[in-house]
Design a protein around this ligand. Structure first.
Ligand SMILES: [Zn+2]
Length: 86
């Protein structure tokens, strides 16, 4: 797995919605790739904050464009799910 692929799958991974085999690939990649490890860690924390607090309460640790993109994707996904289950 390449860094780019990992980042693409990251929101699902953080949500725990990824296939087991893909999760294994990600964990394997993380063993050898420090930047991705930092990235996963940051996104996990961000998503946890987002889940537990209202958006305006987030101390925007998400300064970087990539993080905004990931979070936006995650929010849309959540919203879509909520709508579908309503
Ligand atoms: Zn990587």
């Amino acid at each position: 797995m390449r860094c780019r692929e990992l980042l693409d799958a990251l929101s699902d991974y953080v949500d725990g919605e990824l296939d087991e085999s893909l999760c294994a690939d990600i964990e394997e990649h993380l063993k050898d790739c420090n930047p991705c490890r930092v990235e996963v860690d940051t996104v996990k924390k961000t998503v946890t904050l987002f889940r537990d607090h209202l958006p305006y309460e987030i101390p925007w640790a998400v300064q970087d464009r990539l993080h905004r993109v990931l979070l936006e994707r995650w929010r849309k996904k959540r919203w879509r799910k909520k709508k579908n289950s309503a």
